[in-house]
Ligand binder design. Structure first.
Ligand SMILES: *[C@@H]1O[C@H](CO)[C@@H](O)[C@H](O)[C@H]1NC(C)=O
Ligand SMILES: *[C@@H]1O[C@H](CO)[C@@H](O)[C@H](O)[C@H]1NC(C)=O
Ligand SMILES: *[C@@H]1O[C@H](CO)[C@@H](O)[C@H](O)[C@H]1NC(C)=O
Ligand SMILES: *[C@@H]1O[C@H](CO)[C@@H](O)[C@H](O)[C@H]1NC(C)=O
Length: 428
């Protein structure tokens, strides 16, 4: 089949081409113009391709294997966990990672941002933002097609012979810690610790990783660097993909508290405020407003049920998952239309509250220690900071069903929950 009609799609995605021009100037390697998964048989794209990509395409799927425009309920799912840092996204990622038929990647966009936005200058410069989002979408599109070589463009130092030991959080992907990618562990090794994987598995062979991806029925990717769901519309609308977005939200007061504990340097001034009761004049308020504005934007879009998200969007509150992990996970799998396999159930039992298994580590403490602990921020933040957050984030707190507190007594009274019962029914 001639693939000339694909050029029509590419023209329609002209904005991406413009972004590529920008990316080309920022990275040394030339980029493949056509972000289709391994389109080596399709003329277009291959012409512009550098030799690395041609070699890359050799292990990929041909055009005919890819179900363009077909509506088929047994189609490969492209699951995207849309979250923000310290919102419980590692936990949700694990719920997918543990499934035998899912190939899971933990935050591959890290590499895009490390390359295009160096030195963590999180300026909200609109040009930077457009470029990084365009590059992010293209990378996601390639990864959903199991074209892992595409990621090599962003890994420093550039992988030689398609091998690298610099893939960000490689150990968080089960499939990358198992045979045939890594001989140290077999499929029977449940609960391989991330650190053990990195220690015991040798350098990652991207060809084997690509094959591991192709062998799984579905691909799931967690991202914390895409601000709003609207930024993903081009992917959701892409007929070559079959996206399901699981948006994870958490009480912004909890996120802020967790970030203050975790990101010591960037949140230093918040700690000073918490300790002294005086707000430093040079405190970066953006750290908070950005969380709330992005949530508000995404959640308003998602809950207004636009047609482009029909059947493709689910909102999950971290607190609900913490309160009832098995039930909520079942809802997530129902939404995906997949059976929740025994590995997932086993992992939940081993890693949440009520578990007596010695193998369970304390990585997911909030979930383990009952719902009350999802609200442990209430004992850590000062009332000033909470009050300030409630003002800045008023709308989104209301929309997501998080109650504001009016006094320090209310804040510290843990027998009074701030999480309202609220159903977020997937838009089917
Ligand atoms: C859907 O796709 C699967 C796997 O590609 C195939 O076996 C099945 O026959 C398809 N079903 C329909 C209704 O096209
Ligand atoms: C890559 O493979 C080639 C041929 O096998 C070899 O000569 C070269 O040393 C390898 N490069 C690295 C960095 O391993
Ligand atoms: C990576 O794996 C592929 C597929 O098994 C193999 O052909 C290739 O030689 C491996 N690369 C290296 C550098 O070992
Ligand atoms: C804490 O909240 C509960 C439930 O709203 C209430 O009954 C109780 O009186 C409160 N305790 C204090 C010390 O305010």
């Amino acid at each position: 089949m001639q693939c000339s009609w694909k050029s029509v799609i590419l023209l329609a995605l002209a904005s991406i081409a413009i972004q590529y021009t920008a990316i080309r100037t920022l990275t040394s390697k030339p980029f493949q113009l056509c972000p289709l998964p391994s389109p080596q048989n399709c003329g277009l794209g291959a012409q512009e391709t550098d030799p690395a990509f041609e070699r890359g395409a050799a292990g990929g799927v041909g055009c005919d294997d890819y179900p363009y425009f077909s509506i088929n309920s047994t189609r490969k799912l492209h699951i995207l966990v849309l979250a923000t840092t310290r919102s419980g996204s590692s936990f949700v990622g694990q719920l997918l990672n543990q499934h035998q038929e899912i190939f899971y990647l933990f935050e591959p966009l890290y590499h895009v941002y490390a390359t295009l936005v160096p030195r963590q200058s999180h300026t909200r410069n609109p040009t930077d933002r457009r470029v990084t989002l365009g590059a992010s979408r293209d990378l996601l599109r390639s990864l959903y097609g199991c074209d892992l070589y595409f990621l090599e463009n962003y890994i420093k130092p550039t992988p030689a012979n398609h091998t690298t030991d610099k893939l960000f959080r490689r150990g968080a992907s089960r499939a990358l810690c198992q045979q045939p990618v890594c001989d140290a562990f077999g499929p029977g090794d449940l609960n391989v610790e991330e650190g053990d994987c990195v220690k015991k598995c040798s350098t990652l062979n991207m060809t084997l990783a690509t094959e591991a991806c192709q062998e799984k029925k579905h691909v799931a990717i967690k991202v914390v660097r895409v601000p709003e769901i609207g930024d993903l519309r081009a992917l959701v609308d892409d007929p070559r993909l079959n996206i399901r977005v699981i948006q994870l939200v958490r009480d912004p007061r909890g996120i802020l508290s967790s970030r203050i504990e975790t990101f010591r340097d960037p949140y230093r001034l918040w700690r000073i405020w918490r300790a002294t009761g005086r707000r430093p004049y040079n405190l970066d308020m953006n750290q908070l407003t950005v969380i709330c504005e992005d949530f508000l934007g995404s959640v308003s879009t998602g809950l207004s049920h636009p047609l482009w998200l029909k059947g493709k969007y689910m909102l999950v509150r971290y607190e609900d998952l913490a309160r009832n992990p098995l039930l909520k996970t079942q809802e997530i799998y129902d939404f995906l239309g997949l059976p929740m396999d025994k590995n997932v159930k086993h992992w939940i039992r081993a890693n949440t509250r009520g578990s007596n298994e010695p193998s369970a580590k304390h990585k997911f403490g909030t979930v383990r220690d009952s719902a009350a602990n999802a609200e442990s921020w209430r004992l850590k933040l000062s009332f000033d900071i909470v009050e300030y957050t409630q003002t800045v984030c008023q709308k989104v707190l209301k929309q997501l069903g998080y109650k504001a507190v009016r006094s320090v007594e209310e804040l510290r009274n843990m027998s009074f929950s701030l999480v309202q019962d609220k159903m977020f029914v997937p838009f089917l």
